[in-house]
Design a protein around this ligand. Structure first.
Ligand SMILES: [Fe+2]
Ligand SMILES: [Fe+2]
Length: 335
């Protein structure tokens, strides 16, 4: 397959410009694209640099876009040049729960194929690679086609997508940790010995730096909350200010949500395992998908523009316990 290279910055500015409808509210726009006011100012400046005539005016006490007769431009960054920004695109996945009969490896493969076509070199995995083995959930083995440490760790080594040019950096989560609790076995030990394209960063959390941008990966424990934003906001509140990242990626909840809070861009990363019996009983929702993140940062690691692209799969994309996913999916290998 040939590599696809594209001018993503121009493409995104064009896309955003199309959404800046005349007289439409900037509040709605910022909410749709998960953007704060500083980011909007940067985007307006990029539009100006690309020769697109758009500004913001006040109309009926609301700030709206004005495309033909600019009166009051809110940008204050005339020196911002898109060529000065560092563009980074990464893919984020989580909670693959390998070994569970509801796993969706074929959808994970689709996401890796897409990452390959976009020329992405880093995929981050936010934990729960395998389904684990909870001694206090006697019903769990019936929900699994791989039991115990050897079968699950071996499956990761054998079946996790292996794609030329892509390194998967991962943390381990609550389900992975059950193997350690049961007998001090760690999945990362065997992945590291057998897969050079998979890099272990830590149990439950890890801080990394990509092109100068601080990213924190987090796999909390405990139950989910009904309000999708509550727990992620709490995670940001407990981050020490010295370690405050620009982006926080949260696995474990099997939800999809992106937000800006206290100047941190947060992403709750969905999963690759259809709703389990446990979740059904607990009344927990479950979302399958991934994120592609387009990050435009300056040379100090500050994000000037951020676009989280949510990839969600629909119920008829799932292959379930009839066994198609576990039996029919081949390992994705792109050499
Ligand atoms: Fe999970
Ligand atoms: Fe978890």
């Amino acid at each position: 397959m040939e590599e696809v290279k594209k001018d993503i910055s121009m493409e995104y500015i064009n896309k955003l410009y199309r959404y800046m409808k005349k007289d439409s509210s900037i509040e709605d726009f910022m909410e749709k694209f998960h953007m704060n006011q500083t980011e909007l100012k940067g985007i307006l400046e990029l539009c100006r640099i690309y020769g697109k005539n758009v500004s913001v005016i006040e109309k009926n006490e609301t700030l709206v876009f004005e495309k033909s007769f600019p009166r009051k431009v809110i940008t204050t960054k005339p020196d911002l040049n898109p060529t000065d920004l560092i563009h980074t695109e990464i893919c984020v996945v989580s909670d693959t729960h390998f070994g569970n009969i509801h796993q969706q490896l074929h959808l994970l493969n689709k996401v890796y194929e897409e990452a390959y076509h976009r020329g992405i070199d880093t995929v981050l995995h936010c934990g729960d690679i395998v389904d684990g083995n909870y001694l206090n959930r006697p019903e769990q083995p019936r929900q699994q086609f791989l039991h115990g440490f050897d079968e699950q760790a071996g499956y990761v080594v054998d079946m996790y997508p292996k794609v030329k040019g892509i390194v998967t950096k991962y943390i381990l989560g609550s389900h992975d940790e059950t193997h350690y609790k049961n007998g001090q076995a760690t999945i990362n030990e065997w992945i590291s010995r057998c897969r050079e394209d998979m890099v272990y960063l830590g149990q439950d959390s890890a801080a990394i730096n990509i092109n100068g941008v601080k990213i924190f990966m987090d796999h909390p424990g405990g139950g989910s909350a009904q309000a999708v934003s509550y727990k992620p906001q709490k995670r940001i509140e407990i981050l020490e200010s010295d370690y405050k990242p620009k982006i926080l990626l949260i696995g474990h909840y099997h939800k999809s949500y992106s937000f800006v809070y206290r100047n941190v861009r947060g992403i709750e990363v969905p999963c690759f395992c259809d709703k389990t019996q446990f979740q059904q009983k607990q009344g927990l929702s479950n979302v399958i998908g991934a994120y592609f993140l387009n990050i435009y940062s300056d040379n100090k690691g500050n994000i000037q523009y951020f676009e989280p692209e949510e990839i969600l799969f629909r119920p008829n994309d799932m292959w379930d316990e009839a066994g198609k996913d576990k039996n029919k999916v081949k390992k994705l290998v792109i050499q």
